[in-house]
Structure formats: C-alpha cells, structure tokens
Design a binder for this molecule. Structure first.
Ligand SMILES: NC(=O)C1=CN([C@@H]2O[C@H](COP(=O)(O)OP(=O)(O)OC[C@H]3O[C@@H](n4cnc5c(N)ncnc54)[C@H](OP(=O)(O)O)[C@@H]3O)[C@@H](O)[C@H]2O)C=CC1
Ligand SMILES: CC[C@](O)(C(C)=O)C(=O)O
Ligand SMILES: [Mg+2]
Ligand SMILES: [Mg+2]
Length: 493
C-alpha cells in the first residue's frame, strides 16, 4: 500500500482537491429512504460510532454494532455504550455478513487491520462507509471492487454530532464517493441518505472527495481547531497566574471563555465576534491578531505543506509503529499543565466579561481562523470546505473544552487530531514566547476598558471594520450561514 494521493498525477490531485459542491436542501428531500430497511452495522462504538448510531436510529434506520471479540468478552466501554443504549451487538462473523452498509468508526490507526479483517466477511455489493478518508488517501487501502466506498464526515466531535441533532440542528458534513469504488453508481444516494440520518443536511453538506476531506480535516484540527485553542488556553492561564490573577478565576475564564467567545463566531463570524468588544478593545485585538498572524503564518504553512506532501502522515504512522511514543508523552504532559490541574473557581463571570477580560483569546481566534482559512485556500482547498474546517468547527471544539478542559477535547477528538494538536502546540509555544512577554492583564484577566476613556480614531476603526468584513472567510461564511436556518444557541456557564 502506498499514499494514494501521491500516486495521482498532479492534474488529478488538483481535480480531487477541488471537488466541492455546496448541496441544495432540495437534494435531500428523499430523506433516509435509500437506506430504509437496509442493515447498517457500525464497527466500533466510540466518539463517532455511538453518536452517529443514536442519530441514525432516531431517524428510523436499522443500526447495530460489531465489536472485536475482546471488547464484547471484556464488556469494555464500547460494549457498554452500545448495550446500555439498547443496540444489538455482535462479533464480526455474526453481523458483517448481514450488513448492507458497514460503517468503519474505529480509530484511523486501526483502519488497515479492521478493514482487512471485515472485507472478506462483507457480502457482495455491500457498502463500506468512513467518516475520515485517512486510510484510503494516506495509506492507499485497496477495497474489493464489488464494494462501494463512501464517506460521510461530520465536521465536528461525535459528542456535538449528537448534541446538535438533539437541538434540532446538525453539523456541516462532507460526503464523497471513492472514485475507485462505485461499481453500481449508488454511492452518492447512500451518502446523502446517511447524512440525513445524522442530521447533517440541516447545517450544510458539501459534495467533496476523499482527498479534499483528508487534506482539509488534518489542517483544521492541527492548527486552529485543536492546536491553537490548546496553545492559547495554556499561555493565557500561565500569563494570568504570573501576573497575580487568582488562579481559580483564571482557570474559569480560560475554560469557559473560549466557548462564550466562539459562540459569537458561530453566529456572526469573525465580524460578530469582534463586534462584542468595545471599540478600543477591537482596535487592540485587531492589531495583536495581525501580529499573531505574522508570527504563526510560517507554522500554519508548514503544517499544510507537510499534510499535502504526506510527510505528516508518514511521521504519525512512524509513531503508531513506535507504540504511540510521542502521542502518549504529549498527552501526559498536557495533563500536567497548571491550567489542567487548577479547578475553575466558584466565581460568577458574566457573559460580556468573557469578552472584556479575555481580549487575547478573541485575537487568537481571529488570527487562527483567518490563517487556517487562508492557508487551506492557497493550497487548493475550496473556501466552503475551508470555512467548515476553520470557523464553523471552532465553537464545536470549544464546547468540549468548556466541559472538562483540554483533557475532554483531546479525549473526544480522534487520535489523529490529538497527535496533530500536540505537534502544533509543541512548535507554537516557543514561537509565541516573545509575543507573550509583552502581554499584560489588560488583555487577559482584567477588563480592557478599565481606566480608558473609550475613544478611538474613526478612520482606524473604519479601516479595521472594512478589513474584517471583506475577508474571504466572512464573505463565504455569510453565504453558508444563510443556509443554517435551524442553528440553535447553546447555554453557557
Ligand atoms: N472523534 C471525532 O469526533 C471524529 C472522528 N472522525 C473519524 O471517525 C473515526 C472514528 O474515530 P473516533 O470516533 O475518534 O474513534 P474512537 O477512538 O472513539 O473509537 C473507538 C472505538 O473503536 C474500537 N476499536 C479500537 N481499536 C480497534 C481495533 N483494533 N479493532 C476493532 N475495533 C477497535 C473501540 O473498541 P474497543 O473497545 O474494542 O477498543 C471503540 O469502540 C476515525 O476515522 C476518525 O478520524 C471524524 C470526525 C470527528
Ligand atoms: C477537529 C478534530 C476532528 O477532525 C473532528 C472532531 O472533526 C477529529 O478528527 O476528531
Ligand atoms: Mg474533523
Ligand atoms: Mg479529524
């Protein structure tokens, strides 16, 4: 097996990277009908497995779970997840031969072994579904030619796939059919029906390709979504403690602040988030986010370049082969950070206070969203896809940090995302060291407006507003959010 993307001629690489059609809601009027009465068997009952399965069942589909023998015999968490939710659970031998659609929701690291084990058991003409294309694109997995291979990739953590569905909304989703495996031409119709089953059609669906999904998903998760939220949270907490802010207050501001701040982003884009600041704070946040963009641009570009060339996937696969040495060391180190170990204080923080006292995070988010978006688009990823992978998903990841800090984020995201997050965090913290020496409590910990007269230069403010509103992420975001008519607000702490 070899990297599928790298085997393609450049013309075809660009062609597959550029597949991105925003689908009209009329394309989903047939609902889940194509899959009604079919047997859907999910392999694995973890973050995506459980939550997709719950949504699919509530949408009227027939879902069961197959787990490896050890998980069933040992009554592991995946067995408990499935049985406590009254799903049928069976071994591969019992359930895979009955399946019309087999949904592989095991960690990417396991895909080659899992697919190799289940493929001989799959009935002729069945469908294999992935939620991330790493195995096909980066490992070049070959699938039996009678099998249809499709992807339905929710652009968010599994917990939010369920939470948004229960709220009556959904999460933006990329669907694709692997061009090497669509023998009966049924892949797209099945992917659409599955996407309705998970609720994705209510938030926006892109007809994409395995290649475009992988190259954008890896970039988003490593940089803005997980990497920068982790780096920004740790640096912000440490700065407050260094400057004498109460540690309990600092812990709470960081844990919940990113959720409150990015909720404004979700509804109104970068413009909406920046508009929550006073005019002087907005000017300052704009200036420091420009500085942050200049400092971090080479790092964002390096991540995208390494993802495109296959360098990232080969180093991560080397870590898999080394027993996850780096992943486990980085996971342990993150668990030992002062932010992670300091409980949130029993102190009330009003919603507006999160903006006024945490201008630094607003600047981090603006810088990270715009940089990730710009870098993806420069690399050939379409703006719609880049928007979902940067701006739209940031609040959905922030929700997990609000629940139980970085531990929860890193637990809920895939192992692939977790690895990339630490990789970015390791490189980013030293890059920001000089920048952080200049940061004081007016930017993090105390109200930025305190002791200021509130005045700003009109022309500066007008230029900043213009720059924010005309950025391409805002232009595409305004269009995509118009289709999100069922978006709901979340309650914050
Ligand atoms: N996490 C997320 O939110 C997102 C994930 N994805 C993609 O979804 C897929 C699933 O990821 P995620 O939900 O994070 O995965 P999890 O780590 O949560 O999956 C764990 C499940 O996989 C099973 N499993 C682990 N190893 C094996 C193995 N060798 N053989 C059989 N079963 C195994 C586990 O069972 P056991 O109890 O036996 O260990 C458990 O049921 C990945 O492709 C990922 O990239 C896409 C979007 C977001
Ligand atoms: C952001 C991480 C992710 O890509 C996701 C939740 O979308 C993952 O792999 O977990
Ligand atoms: Mg993702
Ligand atoms: Mg991912």
């Amino acid at each position: 097996m070899s990297n599928y993307f790298n085997t393609l001629p450049l013309r075809e690489q660009l062609n597959q990277l550029g597949v991105c059609d925003f689908m009209d809601s009329a394309e989903f009027l047939d609902g889940v009908n194509v899959l009604k009465g079919k047997k859907l068997v999910i392999v694995g009952c973890g973050a995506q497995g459980l939550n997709q399965g719950l949504n699919l069942r509530d949408s009227g589909l027939d879902v069961s779970y197959t787990l490896r023998k050890e998980a069933i015999e040992g009554k592991r968490d995946s067995w408990k997840n499935a049985t406590e939710n009254n799903f049928t659970v069976g071994t591969y031998e019992e359930l895979i031969p009955t399946a019309d659609v087999v949904i592989n929701l095991t960690p990417d690291k396991q895909h080659t072994a899992v697919v190799t084990a289940i493929m001989p058991l799959m009935k002729k003409g069945a469908t294999l579904l992935y939620s991330h294309g790493f195995n096909i694109v980066e490992e070049g997995m070959q699938i039996r030619k009678d099998i249809t291979v499709i992807m339905v990739a929710p652009k968010c953590p599994g917990s939010e796939v369920r939470a948004e569905y229960v709220r009556g909304f959904g999460v933006p989703t990329l669907i694709a059919v692997h061009p090497e495996n669509d023998p009966e031409g049924k892949g797209l119709a099945q992917a659409k029906a599955y996407c309705v089953g998970t609720g994705g059609h209510r938030a926006g669906v892109l007809k994409s390709s395995f290649v475009a999904e992988v190259k954008s998903d890896l970039m988003g998760e490593q940089t803005i979504l997980c990497g920068l939220l982790q780096t920004g949270s740790i640096l912000s907490f440490d700065k407050m403690v260094e400057k004498g802010i109460d540690a309990g207050y600092a812990s709470k501001l960081v844990q919940y602040g990113v959720e409150v701040i990015t909720e404004a982003l979700k509804h109104g884009g970068v413009t909406g988030m920046m508009d929550r600041l006073s005019n002087p704070a907005k000017v300052k946040a704009f200036e420091i986010s420009e500085e942050l963009k200049n400092i971090m641009r080479p790092l964002f570009q390096k991540h995208q370049d390494d993802i495109m060339s296959g360098e990232f996937s080969s180093t991560m696969m080397a870590d898999w082969a080394a027993g996850d040495k780096n992943l486990l060391a980085w996971r342990a180190a993150t668990g030992e950070t002062a932010f992670e170990k300091t409980p949130a204080g029993d102190v009330k923080i009003a919603e507006q206070e999160y903006f006024d006292n945490y201008t630094l995070m607003v600047a981090f988010v603006r810088a990270g969203v715009e940089l990730a978006f710009e870098t993806m688009v420069q690399a050939g990823i379409k703006p719609e896809s880049a928007y979902y992978e940067s701006l739209h998903e940031t609040p959905l990841i922030a929700n997990t940090i609000a629940r139980k800090k970085l531990f929860e984020m890193n637990r809920v995201i895939s192992d692939t995302a977790e690895y990339g997050c630490y990789l970015f965090d390791q490189a980013c913290k030293p890059l920001l060291a000089d920048f952080m020496t200049k940061v004081d409590t007016d930017l993090v910990g105390k109200n930025f407006n305190e002791g200021k007269d509130g005045g700003v230069d009109n022309r500066t403010l007008i230029a900043i507003n213009e720059a924010l509103r005309t950025h391409e992420v805002e232009v595409i975001g305004t269009k995509l959010r118009k289709a999100m008519t069922a978006m709901k607000s979340i309650k914050t702490a």
